[in-house]
Design a protein around this ligand. Sequence first.
Ligand code: FES
Length: 256
Amino acid sequence: GTPASKSEAMVTLTIDGFKITVPEGTSVMRAAMETGIAIPKLCSTDMVDAFGSCRLCLVEIEGRRGTPASCTTPVADGMVVSTQTDQLKTLRRGVMELYISDHPLDCLTCAANGDCELQDMAGAVGLRDVRYGYDGGNHMKTRDGVGEVNARYLPKDESNPYFTYDPSKCIVCSRCVRACEEVQGTFALTIEGRGFESRVSPGSFGDDFLGSECVSCGACVQACPTATLQEKSIIDIGQPEHSLVTTCAYCGVGCS
Ligand code: FES
């Protein structure tokens, strides 16, 4: 969800009919999660501050207009939240449809198959049809066949010894950029361009990860919800059957 609040003041609200008391400053998404309600999401994670860019986690709040993002909306005393209305389900399916229309559909042979949040969210929102065409390569095509070049379909960057960067699978959620800054304290990554042109870029010191300020800490790879940033060992030998999370004492940052 989103990082936990450290506030000692408590707030009581209602989510889908359940009353819950949480620390002030908690996001609606996190409060829902603590009630056992999983709101679909792509750009938020416990690791880094919420950003509110993917628009998948929309909710309805009594007395408020529109459908705010639950990851960036803090709880308030007496708030009444709905997370599963028909309107929200339709909106979320529409958002996911757009993401999937701009994503390769090679899930069966993708290194992240079975461990991909984009795949999980397509299932969670019940996406069954995509009305906008993807030609599997260098262009986005509308249904009438008119296409335009998509700048994200650039070659894979395999320069880092431990992981690869595949721009074609990037949903520009910026989790990697925020993890680099907030977890590692390095500013190796940035988002450049706008709209279909936008892409994650490894800084200004080189065109690839090896030439950038990246220190190979792996925080960006851990934060990535797709196979855009993928460990080379997983590409080579597949997903591990078991995994163990430890804290590395090497640099003292405390990342896992
Ligand atoms: Fe809230 Fe992406 S998870 S906007």
